[in-house]
Every structure is written in structure tokens, then in C-alpha cells.
Ligand binder design. Structure first.
Ligand SMILES: CC(C)(COP(=O)(O)OP(=O)(O)OC[C@H]1O[C@@H](n2cnc3c(N)ncnc32)[C@H](O)[C@@H]1OP(=O)(O)O)[C@@H](O)C(=O)NCCC(=O)NCCS
Length: 435
């Protein structure tokens, strides 16, 4: 229940059994709801479909909004406000609550069908005015929807809900440290493991304590003798290669001249998630120093993993991935899939396949105390087939365990087995298309 600020009106979440209240409200608006059979249909609909209501100080229902889900849009099937309470914000409050819920349930659109603009009735013009004021846009008029009266569909795009809002809506219980430790252990992570972790908090559900909980659970699972490694990629790259979004060509030279040099402590990571952001702040975490595709590590093997990270061919055997392979690390995919599995780039480096090529990349770096734009060679990496490789590995009985956690999953596999499998897969499948 949410209190309406102005009139002590409360908006009550959808419930069944509001048929009698619908009857009273429809009867109070005989000019607008004049067809008895149609009204019976609305009353039956409200009686049998969870309906939003607005309730006044005395507990009387003064407004109803009956929603109807479609594949990609949530419809306002019926909206009615007591005539005594028109223009007091009740309709707006009902629609706002309905839209917020529709958005968190994943809908990108809401819509309503009402009388079209060629209907001369002034009352209908007011209804369209109401929806227009709330941001609803008219699609073209439809003449054969309702016999004898023109209809119009009015639509409104909804804002994309935040990952956190979606996670709350979809979760039944908050995820706790104990639940995460249990999932990690069931997935094969144990005391002393070397783990390389890729994570998305929102995709497992709502976690009590946020990223810190995941970091603490990882530390509990591997214990003192364990080593935790995470990619800490910045996305620093040549502006001419940017596609999401691209920048005008004329800007590229300015960006290459002006972007500040990479600074391991300062340059923000890109698309790595809150868990890495939290993890990298732990005392003792080591950074591999690569300006684009660094790793951060904590634990007895941390130094060995990050000590060398060459600028060129940054995810090959000479990189931290090579050390992790030697250490027989376990990959942990926390809420994410193999599409985010950086280790598969090591397989790309090792495999021989058609179209494999080297590209020149660029980053702003301080060299000998001077900020410079530095270019280097790297593999033309491609992760588009990574999810397919992960699925093939699982299907082939690879050393991989997936454990449900909240609304998502935790998957763990042996990096060595996966990389070895992926090399063979790539050599077999990356044949005809140029990757
Ligand atoms: C349409 C209806 C639901 C609006 O509910 P309401 O509680 O009166 O609307 P609100 O007070 O929340 O109005 C929100 C905004 O919509 C606009 N609006 C509301 N009524 C309007 C009208 N008659 N003409 C033009 N704009 C109007 C205004 O901008 C208003 O904001 P403001 O009062 O700050 O200017 C209500 O009038 C009603 O029940 N009408 C009869 C049934 C109906 O037509 N239902 C729609 C079926 S599709």
C-alpha cells in the first residue's frame, strides 16, 4: 500500500473480488458507461482479475484500474474514478502504480483502448486528454474494433527498470552469505581453490549486503589458503573501434590526445559489476597493471598470477590466464554465462582456426614519465560463440557443475578442461566464417 500524499487516498495492490465496487463506480458514471452488457462484462472482469484500487479515508473504493497482460504490453483494461473525486489525482496515482509494477515485471509498454478522436463526444475527448497528460500517445484510429464507435489505442513506453528493481520483484527471499557459500561449495569450490570469478549480482536475485556479501562468501569458501582472481577490464581502447556507442571520426584524434593515461588505482572498470569494484578495495589485492584487460587477485598465488601482464596479446599464455591455467584454477560464473568467460580467450590464442588475425589496439599510457598514446598488437578476439562452447562442454560431460541460486545459477568448471575442450571446438567449428 502506498499513501497518496494529497488526499489520504491509498493505492492498494491488485486483488480479486472488487466486482461490487466496480458496479457502484460504473453506475455512478451513466453517461460514460451506458451499455448494460458492457458494464456486466467489466464487473465480471474485475471480479475475476486482480485489480488495483484507490481507497479513501473511510475505506471506500473510489477508483479501480483493472490491468490485462499481453505478450509485450500491459493494458489498462478498465479505469474508473468516482465522479466525486475527479481531478484530484486519483486516476494519475492508479496509473502510476500500475506502470511502476508493469515496468518491474518486465513490460516495456503499457496501452489503453479508448474512443477515437473522430468521436464527437466531449467526455471521450477528456479521457484522451487525461491519458495524454500522463504521457500516452495515440496510435491510429481503429474503426472496426467497437461497432459504431471509433477506437484509438494509446501507448506509453515504460522506463527500463533497474537491475535491482527486477531482482527484488523476481526474488522470493533475499540471498545471504550462507546461501552463496553453500552454492559455491556444491559447485566444486573448496578450501584452497584458486578461483577466477565472473559475476552479476542482479542475475542471481537480490543479495542482502550487496557485492560485499559475494566477496565475503568467496573468501569463506576458499579460506586463507585460497586465491581469488577477477577480471578488472577498463575498456580503454582506440576510439575509432567504438561501436556502443560510436563517436564521430573527427573526435578520435582529440580523444587519443586528451584521454588521461591509464592509472590502475583510478581508471574505472567497465561492465565488470559491483563485485569486482568491492573486491579490488580489499587490502592486499594485487593488480596486473594491464590498461585494458587487467586482473586483480588476492591470496597466496596472487603475486604469481598477476606478476606479468604483457601489453600485447594480453589474454594469451604469457598473461595471468596462462598462470591460472598452470594452477588449474576453477572458473566461477556467478549469475553469468560462458559469454562472459574471459578464460575462453586463452583458448582463442591457442587454437588454430580460419580467419584468426592480429589487430592493432591503442591505449593512453605513461611511458618514461610521459603520457603517450601507445599502440600494441593483440588477437582479434571474438566471444560470440562462447555460450555455444560452454553448452557443448557441458553436453560433452565436461568437469562443470551448475547450482541454482536465487533466480539464477552459479556454475563452476575446471579452467584447464574447459580451455582444452574449447581449443578443439574452435579448431573444428571456426572454419567457414571469419571470426
Ligand atoms: C479519466 C479518469 C479515470 C481520470 O481520473 P482522475 O482521477 O479524474 O484524473 P487525475 O485527477 O489523476 O488527472 C491527472 C491529469 O490528467 C489530466 N486530466 C484529468 N481529467 C481531465 C479532463 N477531464 N480533461 C483533460 N485533462 C484531464 C490533467 O492533466 C490531470 O492533472 P491536473 O488535474 O493536475 O491538471 C476519470 O475522469 C474517469 O473515471 N472518467 C470516466 C471513465 C473513463 O473515461 N475511464 C477511462 C476509460 S478508458
Amino acid at each position: 500500500m502506498t499513501a497518496h500524499p494529497h488526499h489520504q487516498v491509498q493505492i492498494v495492490a491488485p486483488q480479486l473480488g472488487l466486482g461490487p465496487a466496480a458496479r457502484v463506480l460504473l453506475d455512478a458514471l451513466p453517461q460514460r458507461f451506458s451499455v448494460p452488457e458492457a458494464n456486466d462484462g467489466y464487473v465480471t472482469f474485475v471480479a475475476t482479475h486482480p485489480t488495483w484500487s484507490a481507497v479513501d479515508e473511510a475505506g471506500r473504493v473510489i477508483g479501480l484500474l483493472a490491468p490485462l497482460d499481453h505478450a509485450e504490453s500491459a493494458e489498462i483494461y478498465l479505469l474508473v474514478v468516482s465522479p466525486l473525486r475527479h481531478r484530484q489525482g486519483v486516476g494519475r496515482a492508479l496509473v502510476a502504480a500500475f506502470e511502476a509494477e508493469s515496468s518491474t515485471r518486465g513490460f516495456r509498454l503499457t496501452h489503453v483502448k479508448t474512443s477515437g478522436p473522430s468521436d464527437p463526444d466531449e467526455g471521450y475527448a477528456q479521457t484522451r486528454g487525461f491519458y495524454a497528460a500522463l504521457g500516452y500517445l495515440q496510435l491510429g484510429e481503429v474503426l472496426d474494433l467497437w461497432p459504431g464507435s471509433p477506437a484509438v489505442v494509446m501507448v506509453k513506453p515504460l522506463p527500463t527498470p533497474s537491475g535491482e528493481a527486477t531482482a527484488i520483484t523476481r526474488s522470493t527471499v533475499p540471498i545471504t552469505t550462507a546461501m552463496i557459500v553453500e552454492a559455491l561449495e556444491s559447485a566444486g569450490v573448496c578450501r584452497g581453490s584458486v578461483v577466477v570469478v565472473h559475476s552479476s549480482l542482479s542475475r542471481v536475485g537480490w543479495v542482502a549486503g550487496d557485492a560485499q556479501t559475494v566477496v565475503e562468501a568467496l573468501r569463506l569458501a576458499v579460506g586463507e589458503p585460497g586465491t581469488i582472481v577477477m577480471p578488472a577490464h577498463t575498456g580503454l581502447s582506440d576510439p575509432a573501434s567504438w561501436v556502443n556507442p560510436p563517436v564521430p571520426e573527427a573526435w578520435c584524434a582529440v580523444i587519443r590526445d586528451a584521454a588521461p593515461a591509464f592509472d590502475a588505482a583510478l581508471t574505472p572498470m567497465r561492465a565488470m559489476g559491483g563485485v569486482v569494484e568491492c573486491f579490488r578495495r580489499l587490502p592486499g589485492v594485487r593488480h596486473s597493471g594491464h590498461p585494458a584487460v587487467a586482473f586483480v587477485a588476492l591470496g597466496p598465488h596472487a603475486d604469481a598470477v598477476v606478476v606479468q601482464h604483457p601489453l600485447a596479446h594480453a589474454l594469451g599464455d604469457a598473461s595471468p590466464l596462462g598462470r591460472l591455467y598452470e594452477l588449474d584454477a576453477r572458473i566461477v560464473l556467478f549469475g553469468v554465462g560462458h559469454g562472459n568467460n574471459t578464460s575462453l580467450h586463452l583458448a582463442e590464442h591457442r587454437a588454430v582456426y580460419m580467419g584468426k588475425q592480429t589487430v592493432q589496439l591503442g591505449v593512453p599510457l605513461v611511458v618514461d614519465g610521459v603520457r603517450q598514446w601507445v599502440t600494441y598488437d593483440d588477437l582479434d578476439r571474438d566471444e560470440t560463440d562462447f555460450p555455444e562452447i560452454g553448452a557443448a562442454f557441458a553436453a560433452a560431460g565436461g568437469d562443470q557443475v551448475t547450482i541454482p541460486l536465487g533466480i539464477g545459477e552459479v556454475t563452476s568448471c575446471s579452467m584447464r578442461d574447459l580451455v582444452d575442450f574449447a581449443v578443439g571446438w574452435m579448431e573444428q567449428h571456426r572454419t567457414t566464417t571469419v571470426h
